[in-house]
Design a protein around this ligand. Structure first.
Ligand SMILES: Cc1ncc(C[n+]2csc(CCOP(=O)(O)OP(=O)(O)O)c2C)c(N)n1
Length: 635
């Protein structure tokens, strides 16, 4: 058979294909997905699960005129292939290549950008209302997974949509999985529908089989009575109907014909309600390893020639430390919003299943739920990626810090995260956390310091945040006995008179490397491990400002409101004379996708970049000094 995929250059090309060809196309798409994701990394299982759904959507609707809004956007590789990006798929998640999510910049077929979960229904409802208000006529669809639909925003939007009765189609792509199995009461309701759906299909097959036998019809009647009594089939869609939607399904999400029939019904429905279609899919469909382990294949790293590094990641050290602390302290509990794997928390969950709470994709609820626990004497550790903690900003202020409740924020993936790009970089937390009173904000230089900071935080009796990067640790041994780190005290790593580099978190060791390069060039640098962005080590910073004068701060955060800007305002407020200050940070812009190393190099945040910036600072100063003395001599 010839390759059909080569012939598909726009959704219109799909409409010419017959049933057999559509099946072939689906299989070719799956091969392409496995091949590209194996090389580049990415969200394999979610994409394999929506191949037929995406084909059916593009056959029934007219993108970009009709607007298809994918929640999270991690499952849009098939959509990218079928719209105008097939030829560029090999650049997926690479520097200057295709984004791993939806992006308005990338294509007119992406009417709304995403990366964070649970936004699709709000965005779709907004677009649909705008359409009505502007007197236009097109279809608007939100495609949302059973994980993302548990997010508070999705619930708020469904509530609003059901109330307004706007013409809108919400498609639930229900595979029973978030990254891990979906949790919650709604997930339980969906489980029952899925079970009934599979059960009904099996029942139909059984009926056909019995009908083919002599006396089969009579036998079927008897079997049916018993089965109906035993299962008590639920009314599908009751919940969605109750909140104001017209409900269709459940639909087999791998049967293009069945999908198209449901989509056409929804498209041609002109009632007064939004339509909700419940589609049942299998995550990882068609690729055995991904079907068998959808959790691992949710998001896979790019293939690397070398095997997995043996140095534990920061996430693993966090989880191991939490486990050790939980063994000693029965009051310690852990809360994760749907990321037990990403945060490596399964080792804690296995030993203490009742003390690890997966609350679903609900970062706001996670923080206030933890705050409630803290009022009763528990010590909650809330583990959230830096980028997703943005969702909980008000909860951190209003529910935690205002009441000064003792709890720990374990902020994973802080700084540059790499391939996931603009929506996922953890580059704002130092800014948005250090403006909150009562919150201690820290970042370790290595994984050993991480465990000591955790120990300190758990015993602090105040809110404390610890940010750490997405990477393997630096490979230092872990002390067997925990130490308390004095709050707001930094550490001098090296002394020199020409320049001081004050760095925080994972930029401390590259700053030390830069200092070694500087000394080879005759420049002696002091290097400080700041450890805390709040409270700052005012005493030490001011002492350095008085003695050394050339100061560089280094951080993996945006410039505005970050560590460097706090150091600068301290020095300014104390009117220390003659200080030359340079802040190395991410300029105030969104950081694209690419490898962490390439992005650090771009912003002069690696050892080389810090060295170059420091050398320039000292050289310029020396030039200025010699120009000054030459001028004095002339005068
Ligand atoms: C606010 C937010 N929290 C967490 C995540 C991480 N995340 C990405 S996809 C995903 C699971 C989504 O599950 P579902 O919607 O069911 O889609 P599936 O991958 O199963 O198709 C999670 C938790 C995110 N993208 N956004």
């Amino acid at each position: 058979m010839t390759g059909l995929l080569e012939e598909i250059n726009s959704p219109a090309d799909l409409k010419k294909l017959n049933e057999r060809e559509l099946k072939q196309l689906a299989s070719e798409i799956r091969q392409e997905l496995v091949s590209v994701v194996s090389a580049n990394g990415g969200h394999l299982a979610s994409n394999l699960g929506v191949v037929e759904l995406t084909i059916a959507l593009h056959r029934v609707f007219e993108s970009p005129r009709d607007k298809i809004i994918w929640d999270v956007g991690h499952q849009t590789y098939v959509h990218k292939i079928l719209t105008d990006r097939r030829r560029r798929l090999k650049t997926l998640r690479q520097y200057h290549g295709l984004s791993g999510f939806t992006s308005r910049e990338e294509s007119q077929h992406d009417p709304f950008g995403a990366g964070h979960a649970s936004t699709s229904v709000s965005a779709a409802l907004g677009i649909a209302r705008a359409r009505d208000q502007l007197g236009e006529n097109y279809n608007v669809l939100a495609v949302i997974g059973d994980g993302a639909i548990t997010g508070g925003m999705a619930m708020e939007a469904l509530n609003h949509a059901g109330h307004m009765g706007t013409r809108l189609i919400v498609i639930l792509n229900d595979n029973g999985m978030s990254i891990s199995p979906t949790v919650g009461a709604i997930a339980r309701m969906l489980d029952r529908v899925r079970f009934d759906h599979h059960y009904s299909s099996a029942r139909e097959k059984g009926q056909r089989l019995l009908y083919s036998l002599p006396f089969g019809r009579k036998l079927w009647k008897v079997v049916k009575v018993f089965q109906d009594q035993a299962t008590g089939l639920i009314k599908h869609g009751g919940f969605w109907e109750e909140i104001g939607f017209s409900h269709l399904g459940p639909v087999d999400g791998h049967n293009i014909e069945e999908l198209e029939a449901a989509l056409i019904k929804a498209r041609d429905y002109w009632g007064e309600k939004p339509v909700f279609i419940h589609v049942i899919t299998t995550k990882g469909k068609g690729y055995h390893p991904a079907e068998a382990d959808a959790v691992y294949f949710h998001g896979v790293p790019p293939a690397k020639p070398s095997s997995r590094p043996s140095i534990p990641t920061y996430s693993e050290v966090f989880a191991y430390t939490t486990l050790r602390l939980a063994r000693d302290n029965p009051k310690l509990v852990v809360i994760t919003p749907a990321m037990p794997e990403g945060n490596s928390l399964n080792i804690v969950k296995n030993e203490f299943p009742d003390r690890v709470y997966d609350v679903g994709i609900c970062e706001q609820h996670a923080v206030t739920f933890a705050a409630g626990m803290a009022t009763q004497g528990l010590i909650p550790v809330v583990a959230i990626y830096s980028t997703f903690l943005q969702r909980s900003f008000d909860q951190i202020i209003h529910d935690v810090c205002l009441q000064e409740l003792p709890m720990v924020f374990a902020i994973d993936r802080a700084g540059i995260v790499g391939d996931d790009g603009k929506t996922h970089q953890g580059i704002f937390d130092l800014s948005y956390l250090t403006l909150i009173p009562n919150l201690v904000v820290s970042a370790p230089k290595d994984e050993n310091e991480l465990q000591h900071l955790f120990y300190t935080a758990v015993n602090l009796r105040r809110p404390m945040a610890i940010r750490y990067p997405r990477s393997a640790g630096v490979g230092v041994p872990l002390d067997s006995i925990f130490k308390e780190v004095p709050i707001g005290k930094s550490e001098i790593m090296r002394r020199g008179d020409d320049l001081a580099i004050i760095a925080i978190g994972n930029r401390v060791l590259p700053s030390l490397e830069a200092a070694v390069m500087l000394s080879a060039n005759g420049v002696n640098a002091t290097v400080v491990n700041a450890r805390f962005a709040q409270p700052l080590d005012n005493e030490l910073i001011l002492e350095i400002a008085r003695d050394i004068k050339n100061i560089i701060t280094v951080e993996e955060n945006v410039l505005s409101g970050g560590f460097g800007s706090r150091v600068a305002s301290l020095i300014l407020s104390q009117r220390v004379a003659g200080v030359r200050l340079k802040s190395l940070a991410i300029p105030d812009e969104f950081v694209e996708h690419g490898s962490q190393a390439a992005l650090r190099a771009k912003y002069d945040l690696d050892a080389e970049g810090i060295f170059r910036q420091a050398l320039t600072m000292v050289t310029n100063q020396n030039e200025q000094l010699s120009n000054k003395s030459a001028k004095l001599e002339r005068d």
